[in-house]
Design a protein around this ligand. Structure first.
Ligand code: FAD
Length: 220
């Protein structure tokens, strides 16, 4: 739907184009919106080189083995793990917090956890990953230390904002808006909302005032 809405309008979309600082300077825009998003974090866990970032699963290039350990039981870890479980892999999710998919909302979380359990996906909450080995993951929880054997080890341990300081500096005197995951890695609704508010701010006539948090504009 978004693609159709963009295509219907006179919007100059340039694919395969990186907005470098030089590009921004040469373009000479009056306003620059920075929406460069976020990337997965790669934490300094011992042996991290033996694991793959969870989203590589969707690239189709990673050959995933039968036994899979997913380190990190947030939404990405749970959803990717469930996807693999449904494809026939034996997945165990290791999560440090009290419960998996902690950041998910009520009924969505319940449905996700129900799906995980009913498809035979194993979850280990309150469990810390100590070390990633070539053929397993050493973990610790209330029962002590153990090694979970694995053919493929994946991690989904959060996202971090793509650094944009150089792009912002290149904008010079132009007005700059930071939107989406560039503010803070979040979810689609927060991203579209911040983009929408930036667009309203850019387009509003001088005699209008915006109530930033409600996205409403009215005459002064
Ligand atoms: C696996 C996964 C599952 C998710 N599932 C959900 C979900 O179910 N529900 C939900 O609400 N949220 C979900 N999210 C979060 C949601 O996807 C993000 O919050 C949202 O996509 C962020 O939008 P964005 O436009 O700010 O950044 P992004 O979607 O990250 O887009 C940034 C874009 O900028 C491009 N870019 C970066 N630098 C440059 C540059 N210099 N020049 C040109 N282009 C550049 C990138 O290639 C990228 O296409 C999920 C995230 C992940 C990783």
């Amino acid at each position: 739907m978004l693609i159709r809405e963009v295509e219907k309008r006179d919007i100059d979309v340039r694919l395969n184009t990186e907005a470098t600082p030089d590009f921004i300077k040469e373009f000479g825009a009056d306003t620059v919106i920075i929406a460069t998003g976020s990337l997965p974090t790669c934490p300094p866990i011992k042996g991290i080189e033996n694991a793959h970032q969870a989203m590589e699963v969707y690239d189709g290039e990673l050959k995933v083995g039968k036994k899979v350990v997913m380190i990190g039981g947030g939404l990405v870890g749970c959803e990717t793990g469930l996807h693999l479980t449904k494809l026939g892999h034996e997945v165990t999710v290791v999560e440090m917090l009290d419960r998996v998919a902690n950041e998910a909302y009520g009924s969505y979380r319940e449905a996700l956890v129900w799906e995980m359990e009913n498809n035979g996906m194993a979850s280990m909450p309150k469990t810390k990953c100590l070390e990633i080995l070539p053929d397993g993951v050493r973990v610790e929880n209330a029962d002590g230390e153990q090694t979970i054997p694995a053919d493929t080890i994946l991690f989904a341990l959060g996202m971090k904002t793509v650094p944009y300081d150089e792009l912002k500096a290149a904008a010079g005197d132009a007005e700059v808006f930071i939107v989406g995951d560039s503010i803070k890695p979040g979810q689609v609704d927060q991203c579209t909302r911040s983009g929408y508010l930036a667009a309203i701010d850019i387009a509003k006539p001088d005699n209008f005032v915006e109530h930033e948090y409600r996205g409403i504009i009215e005459a002064k």
